[in-house]
Design a protein around this ligand. Sequence first.
Ligand SMILES: CC(C)(COP(=O)(O)OP(=O)(O)OC[C@H]1O[C@@H](n2cnc3c(N)ncnc32)[C@H](O)[C@@H]1OP(=O)(O)O)[C@@H](O)C(=O)NCCC(=O)NCCS
Length: 161
Amino acid sequence: MRFTLRQGQPTDRDALLALEARAFEGDRFNRRQLGHLLTRANAATLVAVDADDAVIGYATLLFRRNSGTARLYSFCVDPERRGLGLGRRLLDAIEQVAVARDAQRVLLEVRADNRVAMRLYRHTGYVAHRWLDDYYEDGCAAWRMDKSLDSDAPTEPVTES
Ligand SMILES: CC(C)(COP(=O)(O)OP(=O)(O)OC[C@H]1O[C@@H](n2cnc3c(N)ncnc32)[C@H](O)[C@@H]1OP(=O)(O)O)[C@@H](O)C(=O)NCCC(=O)NCCS
């Protein structure tokens, strides 16, 4: 499948809103939240577009001042384009964005029943280190996972309060 990755722009907001509606059953971002994510300085969004410039996936990282940890805040691929390697490429590319912004670690939460995403994260070096009960709006639990971006360092579970 041919696609291009580029930085998200404020003009991508409606396309991301439509993609969210196709990709997630609940816990979606609304229009205002997406507009905020696409413009705030402490966020970075990559969008994947197909040959017709249609948005078919995106990933957003959040950064915190004085923190070496970037949080994968949103990540999805159009249901019709899944299983073709785009998710993996997008994840790899957003990790490169994190490295470019001096992050040493990526942190994320994933639904405990999301086997496809968990499998992708595990295969790309993420380690589950914390169980979060009743994390999503439907009551589903989450795993918090993280990955060290320092290729020399082993990924170790992180204890958080
Ligand atoms: C998770 C998601 C982004 C993966 O995107 P994708 O483009 O399908 O991913 P890829 O094609 O790169 O495949 C990644 C891995 O998942 C596997 N996979 C993809 N679709 C699968 C399916 N339906 N069933 C089982 N495995 C599947 C692939 O085989 C691949 O495994 P591998 O690394 O062992 O080869 C996509 O499924 C998605 O958008 N899901 C809904 C939103 C979501 O869950 N986001 C994550 C929130 S934490």
